[in-house]
Design a binder for this molecule. Structure first.
Ligand code: PLP
Length: 644
């Protein structure tokens, strides 16, 4: 398999970071077809190109091109192309004159070096990624990256850096052209004081040194390069990946690691589990179960499905998430392993390591778990407990920077139980548009609202901002064990398409071939009229239990619900832990478990939200009744103890 080819004299190296395609305007289409395959870790990487040979032509090619277009500026010379193909053919025995056969040829990564300008920091990112790819695939680079870096270092000695964009260029070039070839800033070597155009090498070396020291401290650095060893010299050296060790689910960890045990004299009531099926009182729609048992007996139902998912199932989701203003096509739907799988896929497609994503606080902890795993920084924005948990929008501009990849919103909310109003959603979308960030909308509780509150999908309201909406049958249809979810792509302006995000999502879908294909086939039934009444009944039950929860808990001294639930299955309860002699919400929750065998999730460790705890009100009313009366006794008792 071959990978990517980059052409053009000054192909903007930024595109490498996204493993995407960048080709010369004229030749682009040709190469796109010839070398179209990016699924492999193996990368053929070529920078070729030819600067136009007179100043006029050079200037024109620069001036006609916006810096943001990220295109090559040079003309591809056919001889260059031919010699590259020749070289590839010789090294890797690609049949000549048969472009289609190239797809099957197995090739080691190879780097061709263009002695033009290179943005060094980006380049190093590429090298790092390439190192990882090399490690995984255990192949040797024909020109390995160490050699490449040596050549590159040698070549750029004495180069100068543009003060605006940090792009590096040889002084002769700058002198000749008078501007930066990356960002087109005017640069005048003679006029500019030395400190404007400064050689970056030493500074960078220092930085590199520091980085190296840091990573040396880690046991297994992701960047460490592999070395050839003789067979006899290999020794056992198995160690867990950093990625795995930085992947932590706070809820699971808290629950599994809780030091205290429930009171053995009282039956455990877990109001902690966000699983509507946990107590058996809420049920999967009957018709869906019938359809499932029928499908399971069919011989034809058990093969792989298309990696994007069964077509009929995708059409169902597409029409469900189409709105008056925008029709979704089935090709904009990808079926996933639950909402969790959908979130992972979306983050994976949007973010590189070192990017950051804005995430709600209080919020569903899986966002963080997935982002940590991908090496993406989590930046929290706050929800306001006294204004129906609306987003504190004024915080967002302070949180974004050039590496902000997405804004995550969750509506209706877990753990808050809130449902955003139409006007609040419009403000969120406006803000995202101002900041130019795509929205990842966790809409796993779509339509799960109580009377008086309406669910709007972000996609139906956003004309400009791209929305990746995720959801599943887990909560709506009480079937989290089915692991049946989806990503719906709303890209009305083609912004995701332009950045190859859709292609990336499609490629990611090919990793696992989930969800299980018989279950996919139930989606049309679930969203048909046959299941509507079951859904209504579910929501009536949940609403009734939500109101009962708020009524019962807000009467208890020390507890309050500043913004009662409007949907989903949760209620955030504020707790004055100190007034009862507890240090914080975590101690309150563990003591409640120890004395009353009622488990609620403390806000600080689970949702980054101190002085609250989350209650799931899915349990049958009688069970809720028992739990709340135990909580009441517990709170009363501890208020008294505190006083004495
Ligand atoms: C439950 C939940 C999920 C996970 O859904 P699955 O379909 O079980 O993966 C994702 N996001 C939120 C907000 C949830 O509450």
């Amino acid at each position: 398999m071959c990978g990517l080819l980059f052409f053009g004299g000054n192909v903007n190296i930024d595109c490498l970071r996204h493993w995407s395609f960048a080709t010369h305007k004229k030749s682009g289409t040709i190469f796109r077809k010839k070398f179209w395959t990016t699924r492999s870790n193996r990368v053929v990487f070529a920078l070729l190109g030819q600067e136009p040979d007179n100043e006029e032509a050079w200037k024109t090619s620069h001036e006609t091109r916006k810096p943001s277009e990220q295109q090559g500026n040079g003309d591809i010379i056919q001889e260059d192309m031919d010699s590259l193909i020749n070289e590839l053919s010789q090294r890797f025995e690609w049949p000549k004159q048969d472009p289609s056969a190239k797809k099957q040829a197995s090739v080691d990564p190879i780097l061709f070096h263009e002695p033009g300008f290179l943005k060094s920091h980006v380049y190093e990112d590429f090298i790092k990624e390439n190192e990882q790819a090399r490690k995984r695939s255990q192949v040797e680079l024909s020109m390995d990256s160490d050699t490449f870096m040596r050549v590159f270092e040698e070549a750029r000695k004495g180069w100068l850096s543009c003060p605006q964009c940090k792009g590096l260029a040889p002084p002769e070039e700058i002198e000749k052209w008078g501007w930066c070839s990356y960002c087109h800033a005017e640069l005048d070597l003679k006029k500019s004081p030395a400190d404007i155009l400064y050689p970056r090498l030493e500074e960078e070396e220092e930085e590199q040194q520091k980085k190296k020291e840091k990573s040396n401290n880690k046991k297994e650095s992701l960047q460490s390069s592999s070395k050839r060893v003789a067979v006899g010299q290999r020794a056992w050296n198995i160690s867990c990946s950093q990625r795995a060790l930085q992947t932590i689910n706070p809820i699971r960890q808290l629950v599994q690691g809780m030091a205290v045990k429930p009171n053995p004299d009282k039956k455990l009531i877990p109001l902690s589990i966000g699983d509507p099926a946990a107590f058996g009182n809420l049920k999967v729609p009957r018709e869906a179960l019938k359809a499932l048992s029928k499908v399971l007996t069919e011989d034809s139902a058990h093969g792989y499905s298309n990696s994007l998912g069964n077509e009929l199932a995708r059409s169902t989701i597409a029409s469900k998430f189409s709105s008056r203003h925008h029709a979704v096509s089935k090709d904009e739907v990808i079926l996933t392993c639950g909402t969790s799988g959908a979130l992972e896929m979306v983050f994976n497609a949007l973010c590189n390591p070192g990017d950051n994503v804005l995430v709600p606080r209080p919020g569903f902890p899986l966002f963080r778990t997935l982002l940590d795993n991908l090496g993406v920084e989590v930046r929290y924005y706050d929800l306001d407990p006294h204004r129906q948990w609306q987003i504190r929008l004024e915080q967002l501009p302070k949180l974004v920077d050039s590496r902000t990849a997405a804004l995550v919103v969750n509506n209706p909310s877990n753990p808050c139980g809130s449902v955003f109003s139409y006007s609040h959603m419009m403000s969120i979308i406006e803000m995202a548009q101002r900041l130019c960030i795509p929205i990842v909308a966790d809409e796993v509780y779509a339509d799960m609202t109580f009377s008086g509150y309406q669910f709007f999908s972000f996609a139906s309201l956003s004309e400009y901002v791209p929305i990746l909406s995720v959801g599943s049958v887990s909560k709506m249809f009480v079937a989290p064990g089915w692991r049946l979810g989806w990503v719906v792509i709303h890209d009305r302006q083609g912004l995701l398409e332009k950045g190859n995000v859709i292609q990336g999502l499609q490629q990611l879908s090919m990793r696992m071939l989930v969800p299980s294909s018989p279950f996919q086939q139930i989606l049309p039934t679930l969203f048909s009229d046959a299941c509507k009444s079951d859904f209504r009944a579910l929501m009536e039950t949940l609403e009734d239990q939500a109101m009962f929860t708020v009524d019962s808990l807000s009467k208890i001294k020390g507890l309050s619900c500043p913004s009662p639930p409007q949907g989903s299955m949760y209620c955030m309860v504020q707790v004055d832990s100190q007034a009862m002699g507890f240090q914080d919400d975590k101690e309150f929750a563990s003591q409640l478990l120890a004395e009353e065998s009622v488990l609620v999730l403390p806000g600080q460790p689970c949702f980054q939200s101190p002085d609250f705890f989350r209650v799931v009100y899915c349990a049958p009313k009688a069970v809720l009744h028992e739990a709340f009366s135990r909580i009441r006794q517990f709170c009363d008792r501890h208020h008294k103890e505190k006083v004495f």
